[in-house]
Design a binder for this molecule. Structure first.
Ligand SMILES: [Zn+2]
Length: 188
């Protein structure tokens, strides 16, 4: 495979990552744990939620042990209203199609010299389109993976208040106090 194909694929992967980062840059955030409960309101429009969307953080491989390599990620079902859930899943389908079209175009104009496992890097050419469309209709995104807690990025400030209030009430022993402005929560 040409070196420049690999180089541009990696660049496109970065563009996709930056797209997602830019879209959620101004969002508020909350420090979540396995105990975090999500309010039954839609994070997009704040109407009562009647369905759920599974949200997943990016994976992280821990190699703390020589033999055991573990892949960790966070996954939770986020309540949404049907209307926003449908918009989001439509966008994801569109993202997959558009991303697939980008991959197909690059494969057509710059086909790999031989079929190998390296062909997988071509998927990165579709990532920016997918990242853009998939994130546009999301109200909650999981960012940053840790083994004890993770960052929940939140589009709507009202939703952050609901989330913080719900979890403070349910989990009074480890109170989380929402900080003023856009600074997440204080844990103690
Ligand atoms: Zn909604």
């Amino acid at each position: 495979m040409n070196g420049w194909v690999i180089g541009s694929a990696l660049a496109m992967g970065l563009v996709g990552w930056l797209t997602k980062w830019r879209l959620t840059r101004r969002w508020a955030w909350y420090l979540g744990t396995v105990k975090t409960l999500f309010p039954k309101v839609c994070p997009m429009c704040l109407k009562p939620a009647d369905t759920v969307v599974e949200e997943e953080s990016s994976q992280r491989t821990t190699a703390n042990y020589v033999i055991v390599r573990e892949t960790e990620w966070w996954r939770a079902k986020i309540p949404y209203c049907t209307k926003c859930e449908r918009r989001q899943s439509n966008n994801i389908v569109l993202g997959v199609l558009l991303g697939g079209a980008c991959v197909a175009a690059v494969l057509f104009f710059a086909p790999p010299s031989e079929v190998s496992t390296g062909i997988i890097v071509y998927i990165l050419f579709g990532y920016p389109a997918y990242a853009l469309l998939a994130t546009l209709r999301k109200g909650v995104v999981f960012a940053g993976t840790g083994s004890k807690s993770f960052r929940i990025k939140i589009r709507n400030r009202e939703y952050l208040h609901e989330l913080a209030a719900l979890n403070t009430r349910e989990d009074a022993t480890s109170a989380e106090i929402p900080l003023a402005g856009n600074k997440g929560v204080w844990r103690h």
